[in-house]
Ligand binder design. Structure first.
Ligand code: CA
Length: 231
């Protein structure tokens, strides 16, 4: 079994080190982000199995960040454990209402955190995933991380898969290259906008063989749209 990937979103390095050390020892793979913007990139690029999100973060509150993750179809299934320094009951309620799957108050023991992580992962794993999105026979199987037509898997590179996954979960809307970079690449500033066009071409080529390239539409002067309606 491969190690579960845990993303740790916390700006205090000492706490990241402490938690990271304990979790690595417990057999988890640890990814770290010191703010929400970086966390978003890691979530898109590395697809962690769970995120531990501190309440107090420099660019956005952890609560707000968790809410956004849970609202977005692409990230809504990612289990989140929130951390806070405040032991108030109202914070706990807010955290859970914000979509966190569990909640832990600092200081806590690594052992307690590991127990919570395992419980949340068990719950997440037992949820039957029936999230197959079907657009005219083109099927996105998010649990299986693949796209199918009939019994055949559409051969896609990792970026093309993420792009198609994003399109199929956000259809009938125009996205600029910049928005696609942000959503598919996670706002990685080192990627140029024309890279989007390269991957769009590859995606269309992969879909062409199955007759679905027409779904990825160019909207002149604006960007791209995934639509089953005629251009
Ligand atoms: Ca913090």
């Amino acid at each position: 079994m491969t190690a579960k990937k845990i993303l740790l979103v916390e700006d205090e390095k000492a706490i990241r080190d402490m938690i990271g050390f304990a979790l690595r020892r417990a057999g988890f793979e640890i990814l770290e982000a010191e703010n929400c913007r970086l966390a978003r990139t890691v979530i898109v690029d590395a697809q962690p199995d769970l995120a531990i999100v501190d309440w107090m973060l420099p660019d956005q509150s952890g609560l707000e960040f968790t809410r956004q993750l849970k609202r977005d179809q692409v990230t809504s299934a990612l289990p989140v454990i929130m951390l806070t320094a405040r032991a108030e009951e109202s914070d706990k309620v807010a955290g859970l209402e914000g979509g966190a799957d569990d909640y832990l108050t600092k200081p806590f023991s690594p052992r307690e955190l590991i127990a919570r992580i395992n419980a949340v992962l068990r719950r997440a794993g037992s949820t039957p995933s029936s999230d197959v999105i079907d657009v005219e026979g083109l099927r996105l199987d998010q649990a299986g991380h693949r796209v199918l037509v009939g019994e055949r898997t559409v051969p896609l590179g990792p970026t093309e898969y993420r792009m198609l996954e994003f399109f199929m979960t956000h259809p009938e809307r125009v996205y600029t290259r910049e928005q696609l970079l942000d959503r598919v690449w996670g706002g990685n500033v080192y990627v140029e906008e024309r890279t989007v066009d390269v991957h769009i071409r590859r995606l269309r080529k992969a879909l062409e063989e199955f007759g679905y390239d027409r779904l990825v539409q160019t909207v002149r002067g604006a960007g791209y749209r995934f639509s089953s309606r005629a251009d």
